[in-house]
Write a protein that binds this ligand. Structure first.
Ligand SMILES: [Zn+2]
Length: 255
């Protein structure tokens, strides 16, 4: 069977330096191109808190890469604001055109110009505004968009039992997380019978620029190891991988 694999990167500032805005993670994106075959979708941040990324990408960027938009509906102080007024104003800030969007906190993108939206996190309720509990793992049309679910989850069991309650921090199973945690998650995907694997991580995870215990959980080294494991599992199952951007996957799924 042919399987399609698309990996996205949210180009947010480094979380260990917030509230000051530092982009060492975004500056390290070139590391990704040492990993063979993968076609990356880079989600450039757009909101009132962070204004700098969208101007940076006016220059030609990396080849075989999709430039997508990563919208956060934030106020300038970084707090969330899902009011219609703020959503409208934020979308109008865009200075580049895009076909794909990945929304911060996985809110949907119904007001944006994007055709493809890979914000859904099936089975997760991030907040009242970002509720994907009723979503399955398959793509669907909604909000006038091609909605493509991502394959990720909060590592709830580990979080609650081992780490205890840590002031509302959550950590997610992204492909940059320790292989010890991610390999069982990859195996669960291969058992799902799905023919596409879509997921994402954050730029700061490449340089482990996260606050608290999370800096020990995510790294570029983990990403390389997890991709290698994914390739070996595909081989074991007899699947051929076609690496795609989200735009390309949308074209395949809605052919
Ligand atoms: Zn984000």
């Amino acid at each position: 069977m042919k399987i399609y694999v698309a990996l996205g990167v949210d180009c947010d500032p480094d979380r260990d330096r917030l509230p000051s805005l530092c982009f060492k993670g975004v500056e390290s994106l070139h590391k990704l191109f040492s990993i063979e075959n993968v076609r990356w979708t880079l989600n450039y941040r757009l909101d009132k808190e962070v204004n700098v990324c969208s101007t940076e990408i006016k220059t030609p960027f990396y080849p075989k890469t999709e430039i997508a938009c990563h919208i956060h509906y934030c106020k300038p102080d970084g707090s969330q604001d899902f009011s219609d007024k703020n959503i409208d104003e934020t979308i109008k800030m865009g200075v580049f055109s895009y076909d794909t969007v990945h929304v911060g906190w996985c809110y949907n993108s119904q007001h944006s110009e994007a055709l493809n939206d890979y914000s859904p996190l099936p089975g997760c309720r991030i907040s009242q505004n970002c509720d994907w509990i009723g979503w399955g793992l398959r793509h669907q049309n909604r909000y006038g968009k091609r909605m493509i679910p991502t394959y990720t989850a909060p590592f709830t069991w580990f979080y609650r039992r081992i780490l205890g309650k840590q002031s509302g921090n959550r950590f997610m199973l992204h492909p940059t997380v320790s292989p010890l945690l991610y390999r069982p998650f990859i195996r669960s995907w291969f058992k799902s019978g799905l023919d596409y694997f879509v997921t994402y991580f954050h730029a700061d995870e490449l340089i482990s620029a996260l606050p608290d215990y999370r800096k020990h959980l995510y790294s570029f080294k983990n990403l390389k190891s997890n991709i290698k494991y994914f390739k070996s599992m595909a081989k074991k199952y007899g699947h051929d991988i076609e690496w795609v951007t989200i735009r390309e996957l949308g074209e395949v799924l809605w052919k």
